[in-house]
Write a protein that binds this ligand. Structure first.
Ligand code: URA
Length: 231
């Protein structure tokens, strides 16, 4: 049960002050009856605005094909962001829609977005070990023995106390590799290759757990059930 003015503001419809005006104007109903108290508590499933059910009152979970050139940060000083791809109302939700982990500006591929904070914590926790599959093109053929090194769990990155967890490297073609990680350290793929003498030229995340992009074009998203990973 949530207060009507708070509910509409948190779902990005309008400010709390505007929500009070919407109630006064008779635009909001609860179980079919026009609401007359903006402070009354209601089950979001019973609320309508202008006759329409509320927009995803139980939370959003989106699978985005992130294009290169956009950042995952909400800080506008870092440049154009992925949230600009979403409808205005979703961008005003509180808790905010945020990415589950990040892809850097020059990386494309599968990124989950949600306003369900427990899900963010669960899926980014190192404990959870969700496998993430990346495709990288490199500036040179990887050094011999690289797959064994990545798999060994001994590779240490600059400024890091603990070695990277074992990762699986497959060579797909000359200078083209697929790397599966179960962690998500800062710029991890680029830094793992850099630590072994090669530069990643392009990077794309193809899978997150058992999710794939399919034919979803870059810049587009599709909805997943919010309980996709369990309630
Ligand atoms: N590793 C990187 O280097 N960049 C990403 O965006 C994700 C993993």
């Amino acid at each position: 049960m949530r207060r009507l003015d708070q509910l509409l503001a948190n779902l990005g419809y309008c400010s709390r002050r505007e929500a009070r005006a919407w109630v006064a104007d008779g635009r909001v109903t609860v179980q079919g009856a026009v609401a007359d108290d903006f402070g009354a508590k209601a089950d979001p499933a019973d609320v309508r605005v202008d006759g329409e059910p509320l927009d995803h009152p139980g939370g959003l979970l989106l699978l985005l094909h992130k294009p290169v050139g956009l950042v995952c940060s909400h800080d506008g000083r870092e440049g154009p962001d992925i949230y600009s791809l979403l409808p205005e109302r979703w961008r005003r939700r509180n808790p905010p829609v945020t990415s589950i982990g990040r892809l850097d500006k020059d990386t494309s591929g599968l990124l989950l977005l949600t306003d369900l904070s427990p899900l963010v914590h669960r899926l980014t926790s190192p404990k959870h070990k969700v496998p993430k599959v990346y495709r990288a093109t490199l500036d040179r053929d990887p050094a011999p023995g690289l797959a064994e090194l990545f798999a060994s769990g001994t590779l240490r990155l600059d400024q890091e106390d603990t070695p990277c967890a074992p990762a699986t490297l497959k060579l797909l073609a000359p200078r083209e590799a697929e790397l599966t990680l179960t962690e998500g350290r800062y710029h991890q793929v680029r830094r793992m290759f850099a630590a072994t003498g090669s530069t990643v030229l392009t990077l794309h995340r193809a899978r997150f757990g058992d999710l794939e992009l399919g034919d979803l074009p870059a810049g587009q998203w599709r909805e997943l059930p919010p309980d996709r990973f369990g309630a």
